[in-house]
Structures are given as C-alpha cells and as structure tokens.
Design a protein around this ligand. Structure first.
Ligand SMILES: Nc1ncnc2c1ncn2[C@@H]1O[C@H](COP(=O)(O)OP(=O)(O)OP(=O)(O)O)[C@@H](O)[C@H]1O
Length: 259
C-alpha cells in the first residue's frame, strides 16, 4: 500500500535522509526507530507530504503520492503528530468530530451515524466520559488519546503516528498501541521505546543519521551488535514470555575506581 524507493531528503545543507527503501503492506504495523536526529519524523513528513523528497519515489496504493489531491490524501492518510493545536474553545467530542471533515462537503450536517462513529472512537480510547469536556482542561495523555480518536474517526487506510505513546502512562501506552494494532489499517509509527516496538510492530525500520541501517522483523532488527553500534550503548536482548526485551546499560565510566 505504501512504497518508498531510493528516497532521499535534503533540507538546506543537511542530508536528512538518504536512499530509503521499504514497503508497507495493507494492515501491517511498521515502527520507525533510531536515535535522536536519525530522520524518523522527517520520514513521516514525507509520507504526509508536508515535505517533498529530493530524490526517489513514494507511491501510495500504487499511485505516486504527488498525484493525490489534498482531499484524496486526507481520506486515505490520518496523522497523529507531536504538534499541539490551539483548540481551547472546543470540546473533546468536537475535536474528535474533525476527523469527519475529509468525508463531508461544506456545511453538511453530521448525521446520527457520524455521531455514533465519534462516540465509538472516544470510547475506544477511554474518553467517553470526557466527551463534553473542553480540550484545554484535558491532561497531556488524554489529549494524545483524543488525537488518536480523531484519527480513528477519519477512517484512514494508513495511519501515521509520531511518538504516539508520549505523555501516556504505561496502561495507555499498551492500550493505544494495542488499539492501533487491531484497527486493521496500515500503520507507520515513530517509536522511541524499543520494547513497545518489539511488542506491537510487524516490522521495524532502523534509521541512523538519515540512513536505513536495517528493515525487517523485530527479531532481525533488534540484535545487540546492531543496537549497540547505532545507539552507542552496551545492549542486551532477552526473551521473556516469548517477547523480545531490549536493555541498554549505562556507558562505562572511564576512570571510575572500584572500591
Ligand atoms: N528544516 C530543516 N533544515 C535543516 N535540517 C533539518 C530540518 N529539519 C530537520 N532537520 C535535521 O534533520 C535531522 C533529522 O530530524 P528528525 O526530526 O527527522 O529526526 P528524528 O529522528 O525524528 O529525531 P528525534 O528522535 O529527536 O525526534 C536532524 O539532524 C535535524 O536537525
């Protein structure tokens, strides 16, 4: 459904991404991982078309991304990113209902079916009781879940998530990623937490300094020698209850004298 072929991105004098190649199938969940500044957010921005590649091809459902109209793109791709919007006068329900906009013409009223879609999305992210609450009074975690509800209302084929577990407590980290995994839509998400990535992603794309280090299953990508090199920290991988667990050790402290 999404394919990047030899994609590079140059911004000012910076080579932000270089020769990125991977494909995302329908319903698949791909996590983009890598250190700060690796190019994860920039890659998502290429797919949401707020940045354009300097070289290479991006296709979505076998059609060049450039050939989508803005409305077609909004009906196909939903984005939850880290930017906060000035939404102070709106209720949670009104913000979630914004996800209906790409499917409506100007001044078209919401039907009872639309309202049911919004209510279901708020319930899915645990915000049913907050529907009438003003968004500027929501906690950071509640706001993040609200943006995910808005994306669900949009009924996209592809969901782009930039650090979706930021601000979430451990219960909601799992709940939001589990929910995302069960939606049946293709998902491309930047994730810093490698254990959550191992748990929920079908495949991982590891970036480092704008380059694709490896693309594959969590078992293929989460290898101690690879992670140690990329994150510059000693790393161990364990299996617990059939799940990969990544542990990084603090850097060795040179000059520390054992007592
Ligand atoms: N407009 C720009 N002009 C020049 N360099 C840029 C621009 N935007 C981003 N960069 C650089 O591109 C690199 C990748 O940035 P990006 O935000 O994509 O990384 P990231 O992997 O998402 O990082 P983080 O984990 O810190 O969020 C960084 O070195 C950043 O400084």
């Amino acid at each position: 459904m999404l394919k990047l072929s030899a994609v590079s991105l140059q911004l000012s004098d910076t080579r932000v991404l270089q020769d990125i190649n991977f494909a995302l199938q329908d319903g698949e969940f791909i996590g983009i991982i890598g250190p700060n500044g690796a190019g994860k957010t920039s890659l998502l921005r290429l797919v949401q078309r707020t940045l354009a590649p300097s070289a290479g091809q991006i296709t979505l459902q076998h059609k060049a991304l450039d050939n989508y109209t803005a409305t077609e793109l909004a009906r196909t791709v939903a984005v939850v990113n880290q930017t906060t919007l000035p939404l102070f006068a709106l209720t949670a329900e009104q913000v979630a209902a914004m996800g209906l906009l790409p499917h409506k013409s100007w001044f078209e009223q919401n039907t009872s079916h639309d309202i049911a879609i919004v209510s279901r999305a708020l319930a899915k992210v645990g915000l049913a009781a907050k529907a009438g609450q003003q968004v500027d009074t929501l906690s950071g975690g509640e706001l993040q879940r609200l943006f995910i509800a808005r994306a669900l209302v949009q009924q996209p084929r592809l969901l782009l998530l930039d650090e979706p577990t930021n601000h979430l407590d451990v219960k909601y980290q799992h709940q939001v990623l589990q929910l995302t995994q069960q939606l049946g839509v293709a998902v491309l998400a930047c994730l810093h937490d490698l254990n959550l990535a191992a748990w929920y992603c079908d495949k991982l794309l590891l970036l480092d300094q704008g380059r694709q280090v490896i693309f594959g299953s969590p078992q293929q990508v989460l290898q101690p020698d690879i992670l140690q090199r990329v994150f510059d920290l000693p790393c161990q991988i364990h299996q617990q209850h059939g799940q990969l667990q990544v542990s990084f050790m603090p850097p060795a402290q040179s000059g520390k004298v054992a007592s």
